[in-house]
Design a protein around this ligand. Structure first.
Ligand SMILES: Nc1ncnc2c1ncn2[C@@H]1O[C@H](COP(=O)(O)OP(=O)(O)O)[C@@H](O)[C@H]1O
Ligand SMILES: CCCC(=O)OP(=O)(O)O
Length: 362
């Protein structure tokens, strides 16, 4: 019997872009990436303040592509910083909207995914979902220990894309995802390096404001004592420090842009500072991969490099030369997030699985 056709709008707000797709079931019929410069985003004091701007951007893009929203069956957004939950497709509900609006686990563009999905879907009387939000938590107990008893390490990462590319790689190899040991490196506005074992991401850096390599717009790990001194120097408000770590850290802090393509152009023109900083980002990614290989005790089936930065040939080479001794390096530039969102919503719309319910706060 032929599957019933559902038209699904999927939304992926990232820190440097808004990506949208329209799918008939899981077949892509329209895709668009809208990039946001540092200057464009810095006028919004908080992520939630970007709501109207990002929603308008999405509606205009759909209009330009001649997409009629009244034909949609569902809207599915990238899931944001909720309380830690298991992976899967969740129906957007009031408890989720409250947590996303408050930023219960922090501020990130993906918080807008569920909110905008709900706002568009509600007006059309159709369901809205999120899939594999950035708070999917499968850490081994040992990975939670930070070394400072008052602070626990957290799982905040590109769960949607890391899982999607890992599963795709496993399928291409004719192996089960759960049988593989993989290091998946998502390199976008934030950078996360996940150690995948037994079908779980047993360790990963907290790519928002935790640890790991610096990224186009984030500081990553910084020397803790010096950060404490800066916080109490009386020179900055709390929010200013947070913004210098996330949003205006990394490439933005050193070079004034979140755009790696612009940085590469500067390097080509002989900008030595840009070269040093860009090389340092590759160096820190490689160092984090080395650390993940230790987590997997050196038994690594493949290292997968993905995300927007994986389009940068020189950047990929700078990482690969330091880590290719660990395992085969597979480069999958861009991301599989739109497809993964559509597939998650499609499974629920076709009754292949039930949408999970995000629990109300206790
Ligand atoms: N062709 C390219 N070469 C090098 N870097 C690229 C290329 N395309 C995109 N990027 C960089 O990738 C980063 C954004 O990655 P992306 O995965 O789209 O991020 P996000 O989803 O967080 O917005 C930006 O720094 C962007 O400049
Ligand atoms: C919060 C982890 C996910 C992340 O960093 O996403 P972007 O790279 O899209 O900002």
């Amino acid at each position: 019997m032929q599957k019933q056709q559902h038209r699904i709008l999927v939304l992926n707000p990232g820190s440097t872009s808004t990506k949208i797709g329209v799918f008939d079931n899981d077949i892509l019929i329209m895709e668009k990436t809208i990039r946001h410069s540092t200057e464009e985003l810095e006028k919004f004091p908080a992520i939630i303040d970007q709501f109207a701007f990002r929603k308008q951007t999405i509606l205009e893009a759909l209009d330009e592509e001649g997409m009629n929203v009244s034909n949609l069956s569902a809207v599915c957004g990238r899931g944001g910083l909720l309380r830690p939950i298991e992976g899967g497709t969740y129906a957007v509900n009031e408890a989720m909207l409250n947590d996303l609006r408050k930023g219960v686990s922090g501020q990130h563009a993906s918080n807008l995914g569920g909110i905008i999905a709900f706002e568009i879907a509600d007006g059309l009387n159709i369901p809205s979902f999120i899939v594999d939000p950035v708070v999917v938590d499968e850490l081994d107990p040992i990975a939670r220990i930070s070394g400072f008893h008052l602070i626990e390490r957290k799982s905040i990462f590109h769960a949607l894309n890391q899982k999607a590319v890992a599963r795709r790689f496993a399928k291409e190899q004719g192996r089960a995802y759960s049988d593989l040991r993989l290091i998946v490196v998502h390199m976008g506005g934030g950078i996360t390096v996940g150690a995948h074992k037994g079908g779980r991401v047993v360790d990963v850096n907290n790519g928002l404001h935790g640890d790991g390599p610096f990224s186009p717009e984030r500081a990553g790990t910084v020397p803790a004592g010096d950060l404490v001194e800066l916080c109490f120097s009386g020179q900055y408000y709390r929010q200013e420090i947070m913004r210098m770590l996330v949003g205006q850290g990394g490439l933005v802090g050193y070079l004034g842009t979140n755009d790696a393509v612009r940085v590469e152009k500067r390097i080509q023109k002989g900008d030595e500072e840009a070269k040093l900083v860009y090389d340092a980002m590759a160096y820190q990614v490689a160092r984090e991969i080395g650390s993940a290989s230790a987590v997997l005790e050196g038994q690594v089936d493949a290292i997968i490099l993905t995300g927007g930065l994986a389009y940068g040939k020189g950047f990929v080479e700078a990482i690969t030369k330091r880590i290719s001794w660990i395992a085969d390096v597979v480069v999958q530039p861009g991301e599989n997030e739109l497809q993964a969102l559509a597939e998650g919503a499609s499974r629920v719309l076709h009754g292949e699985e039930d949408a999970k319910i995000y629990p109300a706060a206790q």
